[in-house]
Design a protein around this ligand. Sequence first.
Ligand code: HEM
Length: 219
Amino acid sequence: MIKKIYIYRAFERFWHWMQAFLIFLLAATGFEVHGSIKFFGYQNAVTYHQIAAYAFIVLIAFAIFWHLTSGQWKQYIPTRGNLRAQINYYLFGIFKHAPHPTKKTVLSKLNPLQKLVYLGLKILVIPVMVISGLLYMYYRYPQQNRIESLNIESLAPIAYIHTAGAFLLIAFIAAHVYLITTGSKVTSNLKAMITGYEDLDDGEKNEEKDIKDAILLKK
Ligand code: HEM
């Protein structure tokens, strides 16, 4: 039976939107530092990138605490069942209005493909961005103060890794924004992440409706 179900809690929504804002700001300022765009001015871009980076680290610390204390980390444990069906759905089924292969519930909000991608972001891409970013900060500035053992040349691999991670995150955001429009209605996923509530099948049978459907079928 389709019911309005509270699926995203307040902190989860705050974390999601704050993270979206900070990654957007980090990407915009980072690519200005990189030389790809001009918007804030180089010096401002450097300062804003640093401020956003520290805010991001604080947010990550709160998010880790929340995931551990609420048990929500279990949502990201990868599962193999339905993975192929989910990939087929995104490649083909979605264009033929096929039904979603995975049912969303409060205890299992993510489909198998989301579990895999989000886990990859959490344990690989974001840690790599934070570590390479911090190395970028703390490698460079002591070197400018002439600590000769820290050679500026060694910064190149860090810059490549950090920039590659930035491209990965941007590719993720592009796919993510497209995929949020593929819920039961174009806006239903977006609305759910704003209000916390989503129209979901609660698994209970609506006997009254079943009887009506059966009568209709017989006619
Ligand atoms: C806590 C996380 C992060 C830290 C500590 C951090 C730190 C830094 C630092 C110190 C720089 C060098 C700035 C300069 O040369 O003055 C930089 C560059 C950059 N950052 Fe980040 N950053 C973080 C996250 C991100 C994220 C999430 C993105 C993109 C989505 C990003 C994109 C970039 C880009 C594109 C550059 C330019 C790289 C280059 O041209 O070598 N950063 N970052």
